[in-house]
Write a protein of this length. Structure first.
Length: 147
């Protein structure tokens, strides 16, 4: 998405399906992206997204969430990932219904740590595996009410 989503050159209720492959998490304002998707979908239209999603949250680790996101900033998809609850909330706030988030792949430390950020390298292997295991590639679907 090279332009701001708010500038999509599409009329309201003009398309049936929106497909997205791992770009919503790159947006600084994910709520805006989802509201714009809702705007351009026809009633009964579907949003189908493949995205990096955090299963659970980032609490219970020996570093704070801001440190984790900063350490993972080299992988923009990871640093910008929403939790499942946040994704559901933003979709619902935009007006979507029948929200489903299906984990397709759970990441491992090996997937991310070939270029280990300093913050993560200071953590034990168990903590890193716990942290990274919370990130997943997920299929997110939601529907605009048919009215």
């Amino acid at each position: 998405m090279c332009q701001h989503v708010a500038q999509l050159p599409l009329p309201e209720a003009s398309i049936d399906v929106i497909l997205s492959n791992c770009v919503i998490n790159l947006s600084p304002d994910k709520g805006e992206v989802l509201r714009e998707a809702f705007r351009v979908l026809r009633p009964g239209g579907r949003l189908a997204v493949s995205d990096i999603v955090i299963d659970g949250d980032l609490t219970g680790l020996p570093v704070i969430e801001a440190q984790i996101r900063a350490a993972l900033s080299w992988a923009g998809c990871i640093a910008g990932a929403l939790t499942m609850d946040q994704y559901r909330q933003l979709l619902t706030e935009a007006g979507f219904e029948q929200v489903d988030i299906d984990v397709r792949q759970r990441y491992t430390a090996e997937d991310f740590l070939s270029d280990t950020p300093d913050t993560l390298s200071a953590l034990s292997a168990d903590v890193v595996n716990d942290l990274i295991g919370r990130f997943s590639s997920s299929a997110v679907t939601a529907w605009k009410p048919a009215k």
